[in-house]
Design a protein around this ligand. Structure first.
Ligand SMILES: [Zn+2]
Length: 235
């Protein structure tokens, strides 16, 4: 039932809601001091609100921390109801950063703080250049026309395939240090978007223990939450 009301297709963080608009047309900009912080479940309009609040902050941090990077985040929902609970960052054919959330993940989060934190975390992977750095480590020296094709996986069809694989096998494997770095910057983004990152990081206490094969590269949950708390103390 959740999937039937989910916004089909693309929900853009930069306002071009290219498909069906949210059924609920509550105002999408809330005062920073009073974020929509709901518990128990996250609705379509909650998701749209989190996008509307987090994307501009992520974009601002991206522009401040990078030079010349594409910071125009597109935030999309993978509507396949069979796709496992997951979120990931990728690049589209034009190099635009895409943050994808499956409907299963949106159903899993307990409140908008968790959703905002995961969104900030995924945006941070892009801001910190983790995708490119990971690919560059895996495939070195592949130069084509002055562009490191390894950084984005090549042409559009290659990227499409990569996204499909991401949706199938679960989280992309980043190193633990990259994950902690994304947690740290994700804390900053979620906080400045008006959410509670410590509450948001509680999401990690419910995901599978990082010993399994998909999450084997992830740091222990306690270490991630500690990173969030330490970062919060500096804000
Ligand atoms: Zn991550």
């Amino acid at each position: 039932m959740f999937a039937t009301v989910m916004i089909a297709g693309l929900l853009s963080g930069c306002v071009d809601m290219t498909t069906t608009p949210p059924v609920d047309s509550r105002p999408q900009s809330q005062p920073v001091s009073a974020p929509v912080s709901r518990s128990g479940s996250v609705t379509v309009s909650d998701f749209a609100n989190v996008v509307a609040r987090v994307e501009p902050v992520a974009e601002r941090e991206c522009r401040a921390r990078t030079s010349g990077a594409n910071c125009d985040f597109k935030i999309v929902v993978e509507t396949d109801p069979k796709a496992p609970s997951n979120a990931w960052q990728s690049l589209d054919a034009s190099g635009r950063p895409v943050l994808t959330f499956t409907v299963a993940l949106i159903a899993d989060v307990q409140n908008t703080d968790e959703l905002a934190f995961v969104m900030g975390h995924e945006a941070s992977h892009h801001i910190a250049g983790h995708l490119a750095r990971t690919e560059q480590t895996a495939i070195t020296g592949a130069l084509l026309g002055g562009v490191l094709i390894a950084a984005i996986g090549g042409d559009a069809s290659t990227i499409e395939t990569a996204q499909n694989i991401g949706a199938t096998v679960g989280a992309r494997s980043y190193s633990k240090s990259y994950e902690l770095e994304a947690d740290q910057l994700g804390t900053v983004i979620a906080y400045h978007a008006g959410y509670n990152p410590v509450r948001g990081a509680a999401y990690f206490t419910r995901i599978p223990d990082p010993g399994d094969r998909f999450l084997g590269s992830h740091p222990p949950n306690a270490q991630r939450i500690e990173t969030v708390r330490r970062t919060m103390a500096t804000l």
